[in-house]
Design a protein around this ligand. Sequence first.
Ligand SMILES: Cc1ncc(COP(=O)(O)O)c(C=O)c1O
Length: 461
Amino acid sequence: MPLHRHKKNVDEDEFKDIYSNSICHTQLPKDELPEKSSEPQVIKQLVQDELFMDGNARQNLATFCTTYIEDEVRDLMDLSIDKNMIDKDEYPQTAEIEQRCVNILADLWHVPDKKNTIGCSTTGSSEAAMLGGLALKWRWRKRREAEGKAIDKPNFVCGPVQICWHKFARYFDVEIREVPLTSNELGLNPDHLKDYCDENTIGVVATLGSTFTGVYEPVEELAQALDVFQNVTGLDIPIHVDGASGAFIAPFIQRKLKWDFCIPRVKSINASGHKFGMAPLGVGWVLWRTVADLSKELIFNVDYLGGQMPTFALNFSRPAGQIIAQYYKFLRLGREGYTAIQNNCACTAQYLGSQLRKMDLLDLLYDGDGGIPAVCYTLKDESTAGFSLYELSDRLKIHGWQVASYPLPNNRQNIIVQRILIRHGVSRDMVSLLLRDLRKELDYLKNNPTYTSSNKVSFHH
Ligand SMILES: Cc1ncc(COP(=O)(O)O)c(C=O)c1O
């Protein structure tokens, strides 16, 4: 086609409205590739239109993950969209930035000998938890082999853990001993450890910021209980801290709390950069106390990218932007910024807790004080209330709020709860609007009960 003719077409197209395009008179292909290519602006608009049907992420109060993103982060993400984290020889500066982030975290989490630590970025806490768990398994197995003992029945002990630990157990063939919650417990009680740990225990997983309620498990007390256990049995059981959220909160606003590498028994920690680390979605971190805590067998040396690159993450290719954005966040906010934001979130969560406490239908399980900036509550009595929390979730959706309802884990599954996360970008004012809508919907449901003792069983989500 001659150049001038091509130019003419482009000009003509510039005047066309996107919705006058013939593709707008058809449904978009959903199961097969279309035969022909289309104009990028048209397709972008149509895909974008479809995304309107998703909820508004900023009103998603069920997620721990970053939903407020600065323009500078978008710019840095855009600049690095073509960079693969694994190509460390090709992008040495990005590799150095990843290492700087590891160093900063080693400092924040009190690694005893900062020159002798090891860690890496991951896609999130799930991958980081798998790596932490694998290192525990390898460490245990080596020791058992050296002692000539059986290595076929490894287990780990934990409280109510996030699904990634159930995946770890199944994928890597390790028995999960999830200690059931008794009476009013919301997390792992140190007194129970002695009943669940034995010579096959590769480690105890302590969660700093329960996914279910937001409370912290008492890492220091768990370590002390394991000290006593060691004195009695001779078994030295390490701790991995799943600090998915808390590892980016406690160093700033709970500075007196002992939970990290300052406790000798803590051998590894994972955290989600994309949660309270405030990086965009797609980055987590795992660090070990010393190089010796990560078995050499789990480190692979890759030479086909040029040079000799050690890798121990599960994925090979990964986008670099999130790691660069994490470094940006560290530099931009500093200790001052992280402290101020986490403090504001904690105060807002506690304010929300104080308001919820006044609502006669609700029973507050966690009021936002001492753990993650969040609240968790249940209905005092579902049958007298006349509705379930699932219905309250549905009613809140009318206003755009996404508040999940779900049962507590093992042994307390009969208790249905709601949890509201207060993270970066959830302001006091937003919470006052949420409270307005929550009060309105509680009133609505109270006056329009759907739930009587005779239809109780029909309410399953
Ligand atoms: C305690 C805990 N561990 C692990 C995870 C998994 O993290 P990610 O979503 O970053 O993989 C979560 C997610 O909510 C969590 O709360």
